[in-house]
Design a binder for this molecule. Structure first.
Ligand code: NDP
Length: 495
């Protein structure tokens, strides 16, 4: 069985407790590797390495352009098909995401590193035409400090890029803690960054349980910023702890995104978008379009089309090329999905597809759930209000555009939304009215390193991707320089 140590200060480091956690392949249902069970002592070591790298080591003396070049080389390493394939297989094995999707993700992840490589030396301060005589006033944009990045299990390498590429471009150093359920790919990738010439200590990865190593990281006095991806429950705890140290936070949390289909939509396209939006990654996506809002005049017809398409989805080994849906990533999540299915049934939602564990030939590991569709859902039901994070779609009918807006917005979340219509005016009105960080029109699950992503309401704080993301890792410092030839006559008068 493979053993993964922490990655601290450019080296593999044994956990100070000498304890390990097994990491399970959800398809085989067996441990395939073990990871370090970190604690506060390991967190201290990693934060010290990051602090030294940022303030004393070569990272602190490199120009922004030089930092950008290192990021570019990281992108190049990821573009190398051997590295990409190896990382894709490791992550697929660790969290059950299908290999085809991982390969697609890894084709795109280098773009994040290239994008922020290019941005690194375009961070500019300003010169202010200040209202004081003999004074030069300006702003400097400085790295916020050591960053603790805490990530979820569903897309570890993607989160690594979303958080670390802009943080490094800003000049920060990072300690990343991936989920206990899927740490291997982050550790492998961190070690690879050394080949790109990233100085030791700039990226550290420590593993273990949230409470044992996540909490000490969040509370560490030398950590200035926490960037978190995970559930809103844990996010709230982290936010509270961060507030005690007045730390900066970025939060990417849950969602209950509406995917809204109007009668005037291209229904072929919409059907594909709805299916991909909820059954891709077995629904384990923060942006899953888990509420289908469909106009009543086409509800029956559209539901039948959906069932027809979803019924044919192939479940199986995530490493096999023709698999479309893999297992649920880990046992607690599997139990949670099944609990929600039962809750939906008991609330009176009508199960029109699936609604049970999936078993049979080729479905090993005991963590498969049938693609599930509930019709006759009302927006008050728990299945419409709470995040399932699994392959479960709730169908809710609506009459008018205003209805769709009201229902769409009537959840605590505001991460993403989809709108399917051929009417450009409606597309614009809906894009403006929906309270979501990202609205897709006639598409779903389209991402770009250039386009900000983040949540409104309880879906989070701050934005990842795009130019905005680099500002999340910068502080503004104002500098006022007197050019006066002589001291003021009365030094106690404000100038
Ligand atoms: P969790 O909130 O359970 O965990 C997220 C991370 O926080 C893990 O690394 C976890 O470690 C760690 N953690 C747990 N407790 C603490 C603590 N007290 N202090 C510090 N860190 C802690 O989320 P999941 O891993 O279950 O991920 C699923 C959730 O992530 C879903 O709700 C989903 O919506 C959200 N998500 C959001 C995305 C977005 O961009 N908005 C994208 C993808 C997912 P450990 O695993 O060891 O417990």
């Amino acid at each position: 069985m493979k053993t993964y140590q922490h990655w601290i200060n450019g080296a593999h480091v044994t956990p100070s407790s000498s304890q390990w956690l097994e990491t399970v392949d959800p398809y085989q249902g067996a441990a395939w590797a073990r990871i370090a069970r970190g604690n506060a002592e390991d967190a201290n070591l990693a934060v010290a390495a990051a602090r030294d790298a940022m303030y004393k080591g070569p990272w602190s003396t490199m120009t922004a352009s030089q930092r950008g070049k290192v990021l570019r080389r990281i992108g190049d390493l990821l573009s190398d098909s051997r590295n990409a394939q190896r990382l894709a297989e490791i992550e697929s094995r660790d969290n059950g995401k299908i290999l085809a999707e991982m390969q697609g993700q890894l084709k795109y992840i280098p773009e994040f590193w290239y994008y922020y490589a290019g941005l690194a030396d375009k961070v500019e301060g300003t010169v202010i035409p200040v209202d004081k005589a003999d004074m030069l006033a300006m702003t400097l944009r400085e790295p916020v400090g050591v960053v603790a990045a805490i990530t979820a299990w569903n897309s570890p390498l993607q989160f690594f890029a979303l958080k670390c590429a802009p943080a490094l471009a800003a000049g920060c150093a990072v300690v990343l803690k991936p989920s206990e359920f899927a740490s291997a790919s982050s550790l492998e990738f961190a070690a690879l960054t050394q080949e790109a010439g990233l100085p030791a200590g700039v990226i550290n990865v420590v593993t273990g349980l949230g409470q044992e190593i996540g909490t000490p990281l969040v509370e560490h006095p030398d950590v200035a910023k926490i960037t978190f991806t995970g559930s809103d429950r844990t996010g709230a705890k982290v936010y509270e702890a961060a507030a005690r140290g007045m730390k900066r936070v970025g939060m990417e949390l849950g969602g209950k995104s509406p995917n809204i289909v109007f009668a005037d939509a291209d229904l072929d396209q919409a059907c594909v978008g709805v299916v991909a939006g909820i059954f891709g990654a077995a629904g384990q996506m923060c942006t899953a379009g888990s509420r289908l809002l469909v106009q009543n005049s086409i509800r029956q017809k559209f539901t039948e089309r959906l069932i027809e398409m979803a019924r044919k989805l192939r479940l199986g080994d995530p490493l096999s090329a023709d698999t479309e849906i893999g297992p649920i990533s880990n046992p607690p999540q599997y139990e949670k999905v099944l609990r929600y299915i039962e809750a939906a049934k008991s609330e009176g939602a009508r199960c029109v597809l699936g609604g049970a564990p999936a078993t049979g030939q080729g479905l090993k590991g005991g963590l498969f759930v049938q693609p599930t569709i509930f019709a006759d859902v009302t927006n008050q039901m728990r299945i419409a209000q709470e995040e399932v994070f699994g392959p479960v779609l709730s169908i809710i009918g609506f009459e008018s555009e205003q209805d769709a807006i009201d229902i769409g917005n009537d959840v605590i979340y505001g991460l993403a939304a989809g709108v399917w219509t051929q009417d450009i005016g409606r597309a614009i009105r809906m894009s403006k009215a929906l309270r979501a960080g990202l609205v897709w029109v006639n598409t779903y699950r389209a991402y770009s390193c250039m386009v900000p992503l983040g949540g409104m309401k309880q879906s989070g704080l701050g934005r990842e991707s795009g130019i905005e993301a680099i500002h999340e890792f910068l502080e503004t410092k104002s500098v006022m320089i007197s050019a006066a030839a002589a001291a003021p006559a009365n030094p106690f008068l404000q100038r």
